[in-house]
Design a protein around this ligand. Sequence first.
Ligand code: S6P
Ligand code: ZN
Length: 194
Amino acid sequence: MEKIKKLKSMAIRFNLDDGLSPDRKSIKRMLSAMEGMYLDNEKLKEMLKDGDIVVYEFYNMGLPEDSGELGFGTTILYPGKIGEEYYFTKGHFHSILETAEIYYCIKGNGYLLMESPEGDVELQELKPGVSVYVPKRYAHRSINISDKEPLISFFAYRADGGHDYKTIETKGFRKLVVERNGKPKLIDNPKWKA
Ligand code: S6P
Ligand code: ZN
């Protein structure tokens, strides 16, 4: 990715309908990159036989990663389920744990699932016009509960915060949001590793 050396003001467009920017290239997270993240990994493998698909895409502006800057962009999480689990983003802690983040939902319906290393779990609904504050120390994952619309949010965080994916990839989140009787339900993750 191209690194910006001397930062000037900038204006980046994000489309309110599809969340995409005509000014930057998005990062696409494919279904194949989500292997092992969902409860029903067999189902995921079965789905992959029909070809790979984009589960979500998001932007990294490539801004200098120093504490005075902000990382920002949109995340577009497409609708779908793997077994009874709704599509979600991988989720991560910030490498500098003591850094917060702000989300602002533009479109769709879902949740932001958050969890601290000590095991405190927070769940906030995302719907258009709602802004959710992710406190420092909390891992965060977007979950799309709509069966037709993408969940689109704008986010901003301290640019040097970094992303620790490994912890969630290894341990998972303590809780999962699944569909039971046509409704979202927060359950304990049976695969969670202490
Ligand atoms: C960055 C922010 C978002 C996510 C994006 C994709 O701190 O939280 O930009 O990176 O929603 O999710 P993930 O978990 O794959 O990074
Ligand atoms: Zn983050």
